[in-house]
Write a protein that binds this ligand. Structure first.
Ligand code: SAH
Ligand code: SF4
Ligand code: F3S
Length: 463
């Protein structure tokens, strides 16, 4: 999952309403963004209205990320500020509750309450449907920690997000189809924080997708920590994979675009590659992290493929869908990484050519095998390698953006731009595009010609 994207979004629900207000701060990957939406809906059932202003909130939820040390540290500094807010509120005799959800909640559990006793609830990602109940119990005075792996299916017990989506008039939405991970890459906390891999049933996904489309959504991004490991059993007992799910969803009338993230190279099967060949509405953009270009490091990371396998896979995908743009994640300075290993990563990047990429210094995570490996790389070496890698990746990203100039593309309009008459949409390759257009509405797809590039977006005119 592309936590690169390390988003930090405040959930908006924006409806006038009753007494209590909730502010949700989302850290980490898109799965957390999706979960925040679902929690927001669950709380709406309890009379909570979402607010974007923390000052007016009666409940603040931090939906947290544990992927790197820095991400986890942010939570404790935020909690320090919330504790002070709670003390002030209590002095005024007003309720103020603090909840920690997400991957830090799962990883640290009780420890959070020990360090910050003002926290009222700590809820792991598998038990969000129990959040309203936990808040009720916490109101009677005792902090509640719920990080069990629930036996019941939380998705069946959570209200869906179509109401919020329609209130916000969203054109795009995330839909989690798969959760957890059984791959155990040696650097990664996800198998511990999100648990083992589960796939949501196909009917449940199709139902949710149809509801979202009825609520106005035109582009769906299917999510999973290992989204292309999604599988189900078909009517005749056959194994269905993510490719089959995409074909099924492509039949939903009014849905215009499909995307999915994040994929593991080992789970890119033939059917999924065929879907890229056959489905125009499956956008030609694929986030396919490789982490390293060195076979020695890939082995130590337990990625279970070689650099050459990845390159061959990219070639097969490009043969099926020549205009596909690749995106990736990279880790520099994994324990034992030599300059030679790092050079292999640079070579792989040169060979593949990325339209977009996210790169990180290795962060040692307690409890993962990587943490106990010998030969940790000094921070200054990691920093220096990261700078070199990012320079190369950025030059590829700019080259890709420049190569788009002059192309005519379909643009799905997502929101108004900053200037009057201006609209913002996304290109098939996930770039943000500004266009001046008349007599069009958000949610329309229009033909535009790319005219230029900005620092983080493209400019276009109606074709
Ligand atoms: N499931 C995805 C990755 C999910 S985590 C995959 O297998 O590729 C998102 C990204 O965070 C990873 O791709 C990796 O590049 C980065 N990451 C994960 N653990 C990390 C760590 N300990 N230190 C630095 N980066 C890490
Ligand atoms: Fe983490 Fe590896 Fe699973 Fe991705 S595949 S979530 S990197 S353990
Ligand atoms: Fe996502 Fe961070 Fe958890 S990347 S799965 S929120 S550790």
């Amino acid at each position: 999952m592309n936590q690169d994207s390390i988003v930090s979004t405040e959930t908006k629900l924006g409806e006038p309403g009753p007494s209590r207000k909730v502010f949700i701060k989302t850290y980490g990957c898109q799965m957390n963004v999706y979960d925040s939406g679902r929690m927001s809906e669950a709380l709406a059932g309890e009379g909570y209205v979402a607010t974007e202003d923390m000052q007016e909130a009666d409940l603040v939820l931090l939906n947290t990320c544990h992927i790197r040390e820095k991400a986890a540290e942010k939570v404790y500094s935020a909690l320090g500020r919330l504790r002070d807010m709670k003390n002030e509120r209590q002095a005024e005799g007003r309720e103020f509750m603090i909840g920690v959800t997400g991957c830090v909640a799962q990883a640290e559990g009780e420890e959070i309450i020990r360090r910050v006793p003002s926290v009222d609830v700590v809820i792991g990602p598998q038990t969000y449907h129990r959040l309203p109940e936990a808040l009720k119990r916490a109101r009677s005075g005792r902090s509640v920690v719920d990080t069990e792996y629930a036996v019941e299916d939380k998705f069946e017990h959570l209200p869906d997000q179509s109401r919020a989506v329609s209130a916000r008039r969203n054109v795009t939405a995330f839909l989690t189809v798969q959760e957890g991970c059984d791959k155990f890459c040696t650097f990664c906390v996800v198998p511990y924080t999100r648990g083992s891999e589960i796939s949501r049933p196909i009917e449940q996904i199709v139902r949710e997708a149809e509801k979202l489309v009825s609520a106005g959504v035109r582009e769906l991004t299917l999510l999973g920590q290992n989204v292309n490991a999604w599988h189900a059993e078909g009517e005749n007992g056959e194994r269905l994979g993510l490719g089959d799910l995409l074909y099924r969803l492509s039949e939903i009338p009014a849905l215009k675009r499909l995307r999915y993230t994040t994929s593991h190279p080992r789970d890119m099967d033939d059917r999924l590659i065929e879907a890229h060949r056959d489905l125009d509405m499956l956008m030609p953009y694929l986030h396919l992290p490789v982490q390293s270009g060195s076979d020695r490091i890939l082995k130590a990371m337990n990625r279970r493929h070689k650099a050459a396998d990845y390159i061959a896979l990219v070639e097969r995908i490009r043969a099926a869908r020549p205009d596909i743009a690749l995106s990736g994640d990279f880790i520099v300075g994994f324990p034992g990484e030599t300059e030679e290993d790092f050079q292999a990563t640079l070579r792989l990047v040169e060979t593949v050519g990325y339209a977009q990429a996210f790169s990180f210094k290795y962060s040692s995570r307690p409890g993962t095998p990587g943490a106990d490996m010998p030969d940790h790389v000094p921070d200054e070496v990691k920093a220096e390698r990261l700078a070199r890698l990012q320079e190369l990746l950025l030059s590829q990203q700019h080259a890709f953006a420049r190569s788009c100039v002059g192309k005519t593309i379909d643009l799905l309009l997502e929101k108004p731009g900053r200037l009057p008459g201006q609209l913002i949409g996304r290109s098939p390759w996930l770039q943000s595009v500004n266009v001046d257009a008349k007599d069009v509405e958000i949610g329309d797809t229009i033909r535009v010609r790319i005219t230029g590039t900005g620092p983080n977006s493209l400019f276009a005119e109606v074709a």
